[in-house]
Design a protein around this ligand. Structure first.
Ligand code: NAD
Ligand code: IPM
Ligand code: MN
Length: 364
């Protein structure tokens, strides 16, 4: 039997609430399929840990995580610890240290989900965002000069390396090719006269190796508008770290809400663990009240199963989420329901169980 070692970092606010439900679902699937199991190790890192120990994780935290097959993370950040410290010392350092340069974020309107866009059909919103995840605007490099003085200047540098830019664009071309979809690049070369001119050039260059992949290219401001006015023109999308961050929240808004937005931080070479986490944050406004929607975290867990090669189970989870959305009986308030977080998780376990058992029955 194959055992997958998963590092669990529930994190802050609603992080532990939603991760708990994802783990229920993963455990149930491994219980039903005796070929593999999950071995979860919990790490109590986050803002509470910072308050006690003055750091967001153990000094050798990255080394501890290195030996795992994957990381399952809730959310990081809570009032009381400056966000730039909590995020840089935990979430962002993991993405960078483990070279998780591909951030896969589906922006897909599931059956039964409610889009904030009027008159939109289910197939109109079916995108896969491929966000560069280790450099660009998130290089972390900068300077703060003449603090407090009249000539104070703050620099925040973007870094677009050839290696980093080419590999994310190539990855996106491979996905678009495999799926027979259009690849759209989103940049901003009219104003960002170094980084985005370079991005566009690399996109153009790499496209020569993929003559069969249809491409499109938009400026990020226009793209933000078009995602709302004409979402169906986007299929596979590749973009920079910051643009991808912002546009995937726009994506969440049009594809059922932030409580449904899933994400995977992938190291495609599998040299280091990949990390699975919902797009949303720690939602301090609703933490501890049972109001958080665990479906994004559960969908991210399905991306973990896909990554391990169990796409069948990944699909079972996503179609299970659709079943809940269609029936509308057990949903959290953000989805128009009145269930609490754990009830949604329990229902997902029930639905996933019945789908897997039916499948086994039919295939016997
Ligand atoms: P947020 O995503 O935490 O919350 C934005 C809004 O969406 C809030 O009204 C919240 O209640 C709601 N929301 C989010 N997730 C929900 C869920 N699962 N169910 C129902 N409602 C949900 O964004 P924010 O308020 O800008 O950030 C809060 C903190 O989280 C900050 O410290 C921020 O830096 C951090 N953050 C962390 C991550 C991460 O760890 N991946 C991502 C985004 C933000
Ligand atoms: C996300 C988050 C993070 C990001 C923050 C918390 C640093 O917003 O995962 O979308 O910007 O990548
Ligand atoms: Mn974000």
């Amino acid at each position: 039997m194959k055992t997958y070692k998963i590092a669990v970092i529930p994190g802050d606010g609603i992080g532990p609430e939603v991760i708990n439900e994802g783990i229920k679902v993963l455990n149930k699937i491994s219980e039903l399929d005796t070929n593999f199991k999950f071995d979860f190790t919990y790490f109590p890192w986050g803002c509470e840990f910072y308050t006690k120990f003055g750091k967001m994780m153990d000094d050798d935290g990255i080394d501890q995580l290195k030996e795992f097959d994957a990381i399952y993370l809730g959310a990081v950040g809570f009032p009381g610890v400056p966000d730039h410290i909590s995020l840089w010392e935990l979430l962002l350092i993991i993405r960078k240290s483990f070279d998780q340069y591909v951030n896969l974020r589906p922006v897909k309107l599931l059956r039964g989900a409610h889009s904030n866009l009027a008159d939109v059909k289910i197939d109109d919103i079916d995108m896969l965002f491929i966000r560069e995840n280790t450099e660009g605007e998130y290089s972390g490099a900068g300077d703060w000069l003449f603090k407090g003085q009249d000539n104070e200047v703050v620099l925040q540098n973007s870094v677009f390396s050839r290696k980093g830019t080419e590999r994310i664009i190539r990855y996106a071309f491979e996905v678009a090719k495999k799926e027979g979809k259009t690849l759209t690049s989103i940049s901003k070369a009219n104003a960002l006269n170094y980084s985005m001119v370079f991005w566009d050039e690399v996109f153009e260059e790499v496209s020569m190796d993929y003559p069969d992949v249809k491409t499109a290219s938009y400026l990020v401001d226009a793209a933000a508008m078009l995602m709302i006015t004409d979402p169906k023109r986007f299929e596979v999308v590749v973009t920079s770290n910051l643009f991808g961050d912002i546009l995937t929240d726009v994506g969440a808004a049009i594809a059922g809400g932030i409580g449904l937005a899933a994400g995977a931080n992938i190291n495609p070479e599998r040299k280091y663990p990949s990390m699975f986490e919902p797009v949303h944050g720690s939602a301090p406004d609703i933490a501890g009240k049972g109001l958080s929607n665990p479906l994004a975290a559960i969908w991210s867990a399905s991306q973990m199963l896909d990554f391990f090669g169990y796409e069948e189970y990944g699909k079972v989870i996503v179609s299970g989420i659709e079943e809940l959305l269609i029936k509308k009986e057990v949903l959290t308030p953000d989805m128009g329901g009145s269930a609490i977080t754990s009830e949604v998780g329990d229902k997902m376990v029930e639905v996933v169980t019945s789908r897997i058992q039916k499948k086994f029955l039919y295939s016997e």
